[in-house]
Design a protein around this ligand. Sequence first.
Ligand SMILES: [Zn+2]
Ligand SMILES: [Zn+2]
Length: 169
Amino acid sequence: MWSSVSQGQLGTMLRCRAAGCTENHAKRYCRVCRTKDSDHRAMNCPTLTAKYTSGRCVGYHQTSPDRGQQITQSGVMQPSASGAAGCGIYFAIRPNETQRKAHNHGCMVTAEISLRRPKHVWRGKVPNVTYESLAAEGYDGVIVHGFRSGVEVVVYKSEQVRVLSVQDM
Ligand SMILES: [Zn+2]
Ligand SMILES: [Zn+2]
């Protein structure tokens, strides 16, 4: 007969609903779709997959009004000098997530990102990424996981970004 001993007393790992998750917890919070008891890992999040497989991945980037004006005039976003995944162009997938991510504030850039095959990486464990190194692996951009403020979508060429709007906030 089974005794009524709880999982915890048996020392068994707690298991969430996400396939392939090896963490010791009963529930998994998905930082992408914000589901409290999610059945997927963030890299498999349907919300995220839908964004880039639709061929129209819209991202948000907050910057200073001065930079915003430059982007308005040139119509081009340039890769940053640094970032969590190297010299890229960084986006959040929701406007309000840019508040914590941005180094400069006051102007919101909305852009369409050309990204079909992202490489999923984890914050703090990102190798030195360039467009060429990604292309050699068959990827065209990076999605960085592990930020409380949500994922970061990163592409490495200005041509991968089409500026939709630049608005002072
Ligand atoms: Zn889990
Ligand atoms: Zn999710």
